[in-house]
Structures are given as structure tokens and as C-alpha cells.
Design a protein around this ligand. Structure first.
Ligand SMILES: C[S@@+](CC[C@H](N)C(=O)[O-])C[C@H]1O[C@@H](n2cnc3c(N)ncnc32)[C@H](O)[C@@H]1O
Length: 310
């Protein structure tokens, strides 16, 4: 078991916490977690990097070493790095002079380990995360990660952050396959592929299929895009591990039926036990979602979205 810490960015906090836990659980079902304000501590077999590379709403993350009382007694938790920096993250309700604390801890460690301080490009960053209950110490080296490119955009496209987070809520690891039966420009497929999760896109509009194919090709992804209605799921259900999709919800996206009817019919096509993560416009009652986990995402006064995990 390793302990990792994640400081959330502050957007959609409940969603952000659950996303982290779902990512970890996709590799280790025995994941344990603890939340203190915007800090999430995860205990699992998975390294912080593996989780942080996938997570959408994380500001900083790293290995958690433990807690500390006195900054003068802080030891460097790993062997001497070439360069280092110290960062204090204050999540407590008290005012703390974080720059002063960073300077003080930096000076103490510098003397002890004889490494150079580099604020712009440190080989190792020491994090001191202060909450109302605890003072944590952790560390991280650089995290390299590339966002997928989107060659063609479209007004009805889903915010990539929601798409990525939804893929993660499906709790799949690399090599598994999601299907987005309303793929539009392919936002969800791009996010899945960028995390090593295979994807199959379906859209009944051939123009949207073409856009998705171009967006996938721009990143060298080879997912299949099928020009059909969502009923095509019936033909690929044995090759699919989860459905992750953004249901058509209004006049902007060309749809054949009202959204409630589409969702109910979609659910009748998807195998009962298959994990299904949908986003739709708030304002309709779907009986099958009574017991499902839901998150509301406010956009503006006439648009609140709901992410549901079934
Ligand atoms: C809300 S948009 C999806 C946007 C997409 N998530 C993106 O980021 O670009 C819904 C898509 O569903 C497609 N669609 C509507 N009704 C459909 C149906 N019955 N079967 C398959 N696709 C459908 C539309 O062509 C549209 O591209």
C-alpha cells in the first residue's frame, strides 16, 4: 500500500473526490481514502502519478510521507535530489504566511542536504499541506502528460473536463473499452484514448462521424466510429465494458426523439449490469436513476447538467 495526496482545484468538489477514488479503484478495489477540506488522501497499491495523470480536478499531488509538528525537524523523505523546492498549501481556516514558511523550510533543508533550490524547475518538490486538523508532508517529482488535440471543434461539444471525469467514473483501466453512442466530435473518445482506454464511437449524423474520425486521427488514435443510431450498441455489447455518453438535449443537437425518451430507450438497449455514465440536461425524471449517484453541474441559469453513474 502507498499513501498519496491530492489537493483539488476547487471545481466540482464531490465529483473531483469521487473521480480520484474511482481511478484508484479501477486498479485496486481495496482503495481507502480520507478527505480533509480540498485534500484527498488515497491508500492503495497505485502510485500517485498513475492517478494524477488521469485526474481532472487536481492542483497538486504526490507521495504522502506523514505529518509534522516542527518545521526545524523536517527531514527530506528521499535521497538527495539535484534541485528542490518547497511549497506550502494552506487549506486551513487560519492565515499563514506561506512564502515565509517555504523560505524557512527551504533554508533548513538546503543546509541539511546540500542540494540547490530551483523554484522554476525543481527535480523534487516538497509539499507541506496544512489543514485545520493536520500538517502533512509529501513530495513529488515532475509529472509529464500531454492533452489530446482537437483538430475540429463544434458548438455542441462537451467540456473536455466533464468528458474525462466521466470516463474515470466508469472505473476502467487501460485496455478496456468504452462506447459513446452519441459521440458528436469525439470528446469522450479522445479523453478515453489519451488514458489508454479503447473506445468505440457511434453517431447517426455522418458529418459528426467524420469530425470525430478527424479528431481521433489528429492524435493517432484508432478507435472505431460507426455511423448509426445508438441501437448499434446491441451489436458491440460483447466488446464494450462501459457506456460513457453525453445525451442529446436540445435544439442545438439534431435528435430524433425527446431526451427523456432517448435515455429510457438507451437504457433498454444497454446490458443491465454494464456501467453507464451519462450527462444530460437537468429537469427530467428517469426512474432507473432513482438510486444512482448523481452530480449537478451548473453552467448558467438555463443550463444545469446532471452526471449520473449507473
Ligand atoms: C450532445 S451531442 C454530443 C456531443 C459530444 N459529446 C461532443 O463532445 O462533441 C449529441 C450527439 O448525438 C447525436 N445523436 C442524436 N440522436 C442520435 C441517435 N438517435 N443515435 C445516434 N446519435 C444520435 C447527434 O448527432 C449529436 O452529435
Amino acid at each position: 500500500m502507498v499513501q498519496s495526496f491530492f489537493v483539488l482545484s476547487g471545481e466540482h468538489q464531490q465529483l473531483a473526490r469521487d473521480e480520484l477514488v474511482c481511478i484508484s479503484k479501477s486498479y485496486d478495489a481495496n482503495t481507502r481514502h480520507l478527505v480533509e477540506s480540498r485534500l484527498v488522501i488515497i491508500k492503495s497499491k497505485i502510485t500517485w502519478k498513475k492517478i494524477a495523470k488521469r485526474a481532472t480536478f487536481v492542483r497538486v499531488a504526490g507521495n504522502l510521507v506523514g505529518t509534522f509538528d516542527d518545521i526545524s525537524k523536517i527531514e527530506l523523505p528521499v535521497s538527495r535530489p539535484d534541485t528542490f523546492a518547497c511549497r506550502v498549501v494552506n487549506l486551513s481556516s487560519k492565515k499563514i504566511n506561506t512564502s515565509l514558511m517555504e523560505r524557512d523550510v527551504g533554508a533548513i533543508l538546503k543546509k541539511r542536504i546540500d542540494s540547490k533550490v530551483s523554484l522554476s524547475n525543481p527535480a523534487l518538490t516538497i509539499y507541506l499541506v496544512i489543514t485545520d486538523n493536520n500538517r502533512y508532508i509529501g513530495y513529488a517529482d515532475a509529472l509529464e502528460y500531454q492533452r489530446p488535440k482537437k483538430a475540429i471543434k463544434y458548438p455542441t461539444e462537451l467540456d473536455w473536463k466533464l468528458g474525462r471525469c466521466m470516463v474515470n467514473l466508469s472505473q476502467l483501466k487501460e485496455g478496456k473499452t468504452i462506447c459513446d453512442p452519441f459521440c458528436g466530435t469525439g470528446t469522450i473518445l479522445l479523453e478515453a484514448e489519451s488514458m489508454g482506454i479503447r473506445s468505440i464511437g457511434i453517431d447517426f449524423d455522418s458529418k459528426m462521424c467524420e469530425i470525430t474520425s478527424k479528431n481521433l486521427a489528429a492524435n493517432g488514435y484508432k478507435s472505431r466510429v460507426v455511423n448509426s443510431t445508438y441501437h448499434h450498441i446491441l451489436k458491440i455489447k460483447d466488446k464494450t465494458d462501459a457506456i460513457v455518453t453525453d445525451v442529446p438535449y436540445g435544439i442545438a443537437s439534431r435528435s430524433s426523439m425527446p431526451p427523456k425518451k432517448i435515455i429510457e430507450d438507451l437504457l433498454s438497449v444497454v446490458p443491465k449490469k454494464m456501467r453507464t455514465v451519462l450527462v444530460y440536461k437537468k429537469g427530467m425524471y428517469i426512474k432507473e436513476f432513482d438510486k444512482a449517484k448523481k452530480y449537478e453541474i451548473f453552467r448558467h441559469k438555463s443550463l444545469t447538467r446532471v452526471i449520473v453513474v449507473k
